[in-house]
Design a protein around this ligand. Structure first.
Ligand SMILES: Cc1cc2nc3c(=O)[nH]c(=O)nc-3n(C[C@H](O)[C@H](O)[C@H](O)COP(=O)(O)O)c2cc1C
Length: 336
């Protein structure tokens, strides 16, 4: 059985997630909603709802609707800087969500304990080994390491370097999922052999048939190559903006203007730094919505990872996962 080695290698990941394939569908704001999330879980992967800027009522509905479409496990991704984080955790708790993924920087005090008190397993992003160890001490049950090849908000270090720096030191103590730049199963096999318990992919799932992303958004993905997915540029060094990887378009200039406007407010002391950063996040949520939902791929933000070049057509989620699994299993078989 060619798939046996694969099943063995990611067994800690599949046991932890409670699914057949240790492939997390990385939460993507506006894209990872009931349809795509349930499709990924139904195909044996692990779908994750992107809560993004949703309020507690909207998240409540989204979880309910996802449950109506799948009886398999799925998770919820919450952003640490969301002003209603505590209420959102309560919504997850009421629904008995089994896994909460916490993204967007170090969580506020109390959030980790609150998540654990709901009974959910906590998955946290670690951008460096020291932070991974800190999160483990604070009670994280699994870690995601995400390199700068990824779509959306990114750190400065590549996936291949993060994997080498982090996996050997913690992969036996905690399940680690590797994300960023994964487009084919051969790469999945390689990270599993390095000690990963599984992987997380976002970009590859955008053009799934079940994804509600606008046809223009999907077309932009299908046309693009790796070099079109570029990180945003920081205009003012006083305003620390986390770079976002997206396809090049007019929106790049708009973001520069937005940064200048916010920096001026900071100069005039009309804005606190925390509020400035929240405004930037709201800006991204709006720009992404324009592209994903309205199909405005010129002035909206077409967030995409470098693996976008490996997205060549619209295809059913089950087919995407099937291809990834087959490629990973075949790569492992060739090593025997
Ligand atoms: C359009 C888009 C939106 C995203 N939104 C979020 C988000 O809301 N929260 C989050 O934690 N990650 C977000 N991500 C990152 C994904 O969850 C995932 O980690 C990433 O896409 C993995 O890298 P890949 O794109 O190379 O597969 C987003 C990615 C994309 C492409």
């Amino acid at each position: 059985m060619t798939a046996q080695r694969l099943a063995e290698l990611w067994s800690r990941g599949t046991e932890f997630l409670g699914c057949e394939h240790a492939i997390l569908g990385g939460a993507m704001s506006w894209v990872s909603e009931r349809n795509l999330v349930s499709a990924i879980s139904n195909a044996g992967g692990f779908g994750v709802i992107a809560c993004g800027a949703m309020n507690p009522e909207l998240l409540d509905t989204e979880i309910r609707e996802t449950k109506a479409r799948t009886d398999r496990p799925f998770g919820v991704n919450l952003i640490t800087m969301h002003p209603q984080l505590s209420e959102l955790i309560e919504v997850c708790g009421r629904h008995g969500v089994g896994h909460i993924v916490l993204a967007g920087g170090l969580p506020p005090s109390g959030a980790l304990d609150k998540i654990k008190s709901t009974g959910a397993k906590l998955i946290a992003f670690a951008p460096a080994l020291s932070l991974a160890k800190k999160l483990m001490r604070s009670g994280a049950d699994a870690i995601v390491i995400e390199g700068m090849e990824a779509g959306g908000h990114i750190g400065p270090v590549s996936t291949s370097v993060l994997a080498q720096e982090i996996l050997p030191h913690i992969c036996e103590q905690i399940p680690v999922f590797v994300a960023g730049g994964i487009g084919r199963g051969e790469a999945i096999a390689a990270y599993l052999e390095m000690g990963a318990a599984g992987v997380q992919l976002g970009t590859r799932f955008v053009c799934a048939t079940e994804s509600i992303a606008h046809a223009n958004f999907k077309k932009a993905f299908i046309r693009a190559s790796a070099r079109d997915a570029v990180p945003s540029v920081q205009i003012d060094p006083r305003l620390p903006v986390i770079p976002v990887r997206a396809l090049k378009n007019k929106e790049t200039e708009r973001f520069a203007a937005k940064q200048r406007e916010i920096a001026e407010h900071l100069d005039g002391q009309r804005l606190e730094m925390a509020e400035a950063q929240l405004q930037i996040e709201h800006y991204w949520a709006g720009a992404l919505r324009r592209a994903v939902i309205d199909g405005d791929v010129e002035t909206g933000s077409v967030m995409a990872g470098q693996s976008v070049g490996m997205v060549t057509k619209e295809q059913p989620t089950a087919e995407i996962i099937g291809e990834l699994v087959e490629e990973a299993a075949a790569a492992l078989e060739r090593r025997r």
